[in-house]
Design a protein around this ligand. Structure first.
Ligand SMILES: [Zn+2]
Length: 115
């Protein structure tokens, strides 16, 4: 799962503007993902999550995983890209302090980036 698409879907469900960012997500039982986001001040063009959030901008939405998967497949056909890697061919594979973010070849598209 790429967080950009989950963020896009949660933003859409919460009816928030483009500067609303997801900062916590929890997989719950019963096929639910709890998504919490808010508007933060920008630092170098990216949300500064340690900055003070805009008052009243925090929102929690519950995403039903099967609905999110429908959204992902729709995104895939609209963009002609694999939704797991968002067309990059690379899938997130953990993080370490020494190597930073690690990637592997996308398990869904085999690295082609295509649906
Ligand atoms: Zn892929």
């Amino acid at each position: 799962m790429r967080m950009n698409l989950l963020e896009e879907y949660a933003r859409h469900k919460a009816q928030k503007p483009a500067d609303w960012f997801l900062y916590v997500w929890n997989a719950l039982e019963d096929n639910l993902i709890k998504c919490t986001g808010a508007i933060f001040p920008l630092l170098d063009g990216k949300p500064n999550f340690k900055g003070k959030m805009k008052p009243g901008s925090r929102a929690v939405v519950y995403v039903i995983r099967s609905d999110y998967e429908i959204f992902c497949r729709d995104w895939e056909s609209r963009n002609d890209k694999c939704y797991v890697c968002e067309g990059t061919g690379k899938e997130w594979n953990g993080w370490s302090r020494d190597a930073g973010v690690k990637y592997k070849i996308c398990s869904k598209c085999g690295g082609s980036g295509k649906p």
